[in-house]
Design a protein around this ligand. Structure first.
Ligand code: PLP
Length: 358
């Protein structure tokens, strides 16, 4: 089956095969990689390779730390103001969907969160023009969500916010196309969409931000401490780190982010073409220039058809298409590991379904 889940999402078949083969015993070590100490030579090697492969894949500049953390993207959202803002210093948020709202909520106990722009009054169908953002002159950072996984809204350019560091949630679009990381203070991502298994969160942070005093916090909530201990301040999620490392190697072998950018553009265009060409049978409400390449939400013209659509799609080997409960309708998540054939199969199914039920 082709799995269109938004996350945890489909993983590359060769990665799952390799993990299955390696799981019982790690290359003569006498134990599985999930049973070995994170400080032993076997896992240290796995961890170092994963970091260097990710640096290569994303062209991470040398003055950025790469952290492999737990707690998901949501926990990072709770830590930014603590780590990067002084008490009472404003932190700016551009809200273009559900996850931007979550980020504001997580920041509020520690930061003076200022919603600089909010797309909710327009139903999260577009990104407010940069000229309308009400940024604070003394903000510690500006946060935005590069790709809104539920609402299907994606920034196609990096916004210019002057000297204030950009903190960006790339949970659902990291490694999907080339990115100039030097334009950011922080990019972060829960791994469970483009990078591998849930349970690992990647944070790429400029050294200058790590040097900030922030607010009093225990070491486990301190990014500088994590960086100083190479993400091993406590026991890291070793299996997830290992599996993500396999995904990084797979992405590099497939041609890296340039190759995925082309495939992702092709895949997204296939679905939007079916939707836009359906004469209203299918509908996507997002403004065309900011439609997501990763998550394609769509509605059938008659919600009474939703249940049949899902049952018949499943019978055709197309699973996890039900939309997020906040929106209803359908959503096809088409991350790097979704092959073009999977998207073609969905496009064909959608055309057939319309012919039969339209
Ligand atoms: N940000 C975005 C863009 C997401 O898609 C998600 C989860 O789907 C999150 C944040 C929350 O991530 P987590 O569940 O890892 O905390």
């Amino acid at each position: 089956a082709y799995n269109f889940s938004a996350g945890p999402a489909t993983l590359p078949e060769p990665v799952l095969q390799q993990a299955r083969e390696e799981l019982l015993e790690w290359h003569g070590a006498g134990a599985s990689i999930v049973e070995l100490s994170h400080r032993g030579p076997e896992f240290m090697q796995v961890a170092a390779e994963a970091e260097s492969d990710l640096r290569k894949l994303l062209s991470v500049p040398d003055d950025y730390a790469v952290l492999f953390l737990q707690g998901g993207a949501t926990t990072q959202q709770a830590l930014f103001a603590l780590n990067f803002a002084k008490a009472g210093q404003p932190v700016d948020y551009v809200v273009t969907g559900h996850w931007g709202k979550t980020a504001v909520k997580q920041a509020e106990p520690w930061g003076k969160a200022n919603v600089a722009a909010d797309a909710e009054p327009g139903g999260f169908h577009d990104i407010p023009a940069r000229s309308q953002w009400r940024l604070s002159p003394d903000a510690a950072y500006v946060h935005y969500t590069a790709n809104e996984t539920i609402h299907g809204v994606e920034f196609r350019d990096i916004p210019d916010v002057g000297a204030v560091p950009l903190v960006a949630d790339f949970s659902s679009s990291i490694a999907s196309e080339p990115l100039d990381i030097s334009k950011f203070g922080v990019i972060y991502a829960g791994a469970q969409k483009n990078l591998g298994p849930v349970g690992l969160t990647v944070l790429i942070v400029r050294a200058e931000l790590l040097a900030r005093t922030g607010q009093p916090r225990p070491p486990i909530l301190d990014y500088r401490a994590h960086a100083e201990h190479e993400s091993m301040l406590n026991t890291p999620p070793t299996f997830n780190w290992y599996l993500a490392g396999l995904v990084f190697k797979w992405m590099l072998a497939e041609g890296g982010v340039d190759a995925f950018a082309k495939l992702n553009a092709t895949k997204a265009a296939m679905l939007y073409e079916v939707i836009d060409g359906s004469g209203g049978f299918y509908r996507n409400e997002v403004a065309k220039p900011v439609r997501s390449r990763m998550n394609v939400p769509f509605f059938l013209h008659d919600p009474a058809l939703d249940a049949d659509f899902l049952v018949e799609a499943k019978a055709a080997g197309l699973i996890s298409l039900k939309g997020h409960r906040a929106l209803g309708g359908m959503r096809a998540s088409i991350y790097n590991a979704m092959p073009v054939e999977g998207v073609r199969a969905l496009a064909t199914f959608m055309r057939d379904f319309q012919k039969r039920r339209g």
